[in-house]
Every structure is written in structure tokens, then in C-alpha cells.
Design a protein around this ligand. Structure first.
Ligand code: ATP
Length: 350
């Protein structure tokens, strides 16, 4: 990952992380009667993150962001989250939400959704509402199908619109190399293309096979696919050649999985070994790609990071059966796994 500029936290303010996600697998099962798609998604948080500073304000709610492509009006999902939470709570408190963007915008990495979930959790604490992730779930799913996942984090299965989220008992740890082709792809446009080709296709069950396998060895990852890739590359045909090269380099350096994330445009390789990930990073950079390296963030690491960021007393606990993580508390914001020795692709029990 790139060096992080220091973010100043004012008195009474909160600095919270909004982590990116990748989809280790994504299956499109068809159209639902409500017009949304029935999905199965294997979500995974990574330690690439936006920083969000929340400053208390008497009444006004406003958002600032250092990225020119991110809107500052009500189209901003983080601002919408704050407005919805305030309406839901029936209070008149305000806040300034300052977002330092590091997650590529429109990259299929869930940046807007993660910002929104982070704002829900931070304002829930700052305004003393006591809703917690479970109480925020309904608001989160109305904001967007990927938002509920970020109330939980780690390795999780998303079903229905992807908004019904279950933590996996086995959490994956490892390294990821991310390529940002620098060309956002519209999620809506990709799904529109999927609809045109959804006739008479057999549903695949690779995610269930993956989840129910014992994940011994690394072969389990090779069955995973992203069923949006074809439509995404039809939507952005100029990326097809690039993707072939990117996949070739990632796999050539030993990736156990090389895939598009979400509806794109980011492409990632998953590694059990930090040295392989570094070599892949170097090879892609030498080939002229914009590339980032990150680590997977497990459920436990996600909770611990949020606990530090929210800074109140309490111990982090959570049920692996719950839909939403339960975040406890400490003072500083920390880097998940910071200071830990580099580890391979591991599977931890929650
Ligand atoms: P999705 O799959 O939900 O479309 P994505 O991960 O591909 O998301 P995002 O980075 O979330 O991409 O951005 C998608 C769109 O959302 C962009 O067009 C951006 O202008 C808009 N947006 C609204 N709020 C935010 C935010 N807080 N951060 C980033 N983008 C935002």
C-alpha cells in the first residue's frame, strides 16, 4: 500500500477507517420480482481504506472529500447515510464528514458503500444512539446492497441482493495485489448487460462448494469465479486486452485466484505468500499498470480496528451467527494486523 498522509483529528471528533472489499466470488442467479438481482457473493475486506473524520456540528450535515469524482451533495452515499440516520433517530444533531479517499472510485471495491457504513457506525456512537450494527442493518440495506456487509467485515457470504450477510466461520488471511485500470465502470450498466444474457443459464454453485469445503490447501480458490466479468468487459471492451495481460502476470507470479472485483474495474490477485505478492506488484508496475498491495482483513481484525476507532470501553465480542458484526472499543485507530509478521494465506476459525 502507499504511504498514508497523517489525518488530524479535532477535539470531540472521530477518525474511522472505511475498508475496501473484494469479491472472492460472485454469482448472479437471476432477476427478482423487485427488479434487483439475486446474488451470491463471497465478500472479503482488505486493508486499503479511506479515512473519515467526523466533526460535531450543531445542526448542519455536510461532506468534504479530496477526490474530484466524488459528489459532495446528497448523491454522496456517506452524506445520505448521515441524513437517513438522523431522520431515523428523529434528532437535530449535525456533523462534518471529511473523507480522504484512497479506494479507487468506481473500482468495484465498495468505496462509497464502505464510507456509508463507516458513517452509520461512527455517528451511531457520536450521537449516542446505541443502535449497533444490528440496529443499523435496515438503514444500511436501504442505502445500497453492499452497505450491510461493511457493518460486519472479514470473510462473509452475501445472499439475496448481497445484502443479507453471514460471516464465514473460516476467515481467510493472505495478500492481495490490486490493479486499478483507472477507468470506472458503472455497476448499473454491467447489470443491464447481464440481463440481456440471462436466458436459460444454469446457476452455478461454486460459492456454496467453496464455503462447504474444508478449504484444505489452496485448490478451493480456483473454483471461484466472478460472473460479472464478461458483462463488465463488454461494457469496457478496451479493458479486455489489459485484463488478459494482468491475469497472465498475476497467475504467472503464483496467484491462487485472479479475478475482477464486483462489477470492476479493479482486478486482483490473491497470494498466500507476501514475496510472491511483492513480485507480482513489481512486474505489474514495470508493465505500466497502476498497482496496489494490501492484506486481507479478517472479521476479528475488522472488529478490533473498529473497536480502536470508536474508542469507548468494552470488549469486542460477536456471534458468528449474527448478520452484523458487534464492535467494541479502544482509543486509537489502528492498522489491522499492523506490526504482525507477514503471513501466508491462512484460514482462521471465528
Ligand atoms: P458500486 O458497485 O456500488 O457502484 P464501486 O465500488 O464500483 O461501487 P464506488 O467507489 O463506490 O464504486 O463509486 C460508485 C459511484 O458512487 C461513483 O460514481 C461515485 O461518484 C459515487 N459515490 C457516492 N458517494 C461516494 C463515496 N463516498 N465514495 C466514492 N464514490 C461515491
Amino acid at each position: 500500500m502507499t504511504a498514508r498522509p497523517r489525518v488530524r483529528v479535532p477535539r470531540g471528533g472521530l477518525l474511522v477507517p472505511a475498508f475496501a472489499k473484494i469479491n472472492l466470488g460472485l454469482e448472479v442467479l437471476g432477476l427478482r420480482p423487485d427488479g434487483y438481482h439475486e446474488l451470491r457473493s463471497l465478500f472479503q475486506t482488505i486493508d486499503l481504506h479511506d479515512d473519515i473524520v467526523i466533526r460535531p456540528r450543531p445542526r448542519t450535515l455536510e461532506v468534504r472529500c479530496d477526490h474530484p469524482a466524488v459528489p459532495r451533495d446528497e448523491r454522496n452515499l456517506a452524506l445520505r447515510a448521515a441524513l437517513e440516520l438522523r431522520r431515523h433517530a428523529g434528532i437535530e444533531r449535525g456533523a462534518e464528514i471529511a473523507i480522504t479517499k484512497r479506494i479507487p472510485v468506481g473500482g468495484g471495491l465498495g468505496g462509497g458503500s464502505s464510507d456509508a457504513a463507516a458513517v452509520l457506525m461512527a455517528l451511531d456512537r457520536q450521537w449516542g444512539l446505541g443502535l449497533g450494527p444490528a440496529g443499523l442493518h435496515g438503514l444500511a440495506r436501504r442505502l445500497g446492497a453492499d452497505v450491510p456487509f461493511f457493518l460486519l467485515g472479514g470473510t462473509a457470504l452475501g445472499v439475496a441482493r448481497g445484502d443479507e450477510v453471514y460471516p464465514l466461520r473460516r476467515q481467510v488471511r493472505g495478500h492481495v495485489v490490486l490493479v486499478d485500470p483507472g477507468r470506472p465502470i458503472s455497476t448499473a450498466a454491467v447489470f443491464a448487460r447481464v440481463d440481456q444474457s440471462l436466458t436459460e443459464r444454469q446457476n452455478s454453485h461454486t460459492i456454496f462448494r467453496f464455503v462447504s469445503s474444508d478449504l484444505e490447501g489452496l485448490r478451493a480458490f480456483s473454483i471461484l469465479t466472478n460472473e460479472l466479468e464478461e458483462a463488465a468487459l463488454e461494457e469496457a471492451p478496451e479493458l479486455a486486452g489489459q485484463v488478459r495481460r494482468i491475469r497472465g502476470i498475476l497467475v504467472g507470479e503464483g496467484a491462487v485466484l485472479a479475478s475482477l472485483s464486483g462489477s470492476g474495474s479493479s482486478f486482483f490477485g490473491l497470494y498466500d505468500d507476501g514475496r510472491r505478492a511483492r513480485r507480482a506488484h513489481a512486474a505489474l508496475a514495470a508493465a505500466g499498470f497502476r498497482v496496489l498491495r494490501a492484506r486481507l482483513v479478517s472479521l476479528q481484525q475488522y472488529r478490533a480496528s473498529w473497536a480502536r476507532a470508536l474508542g469507548a470501553s468494552g470488549v469486542v465480542r460477536g456471534s458468528n451467527q449474527s448478520r452484523s458484526g458487534h464492535h467494541g472499543d479502544h482509543r486509537r485507530q489502528g492498522h489491522p494486523g499492523g506490526g504482525r509478521k507477514a503471513q501466508g494465506l491462512r484460514v482462521d476459525r471465528v
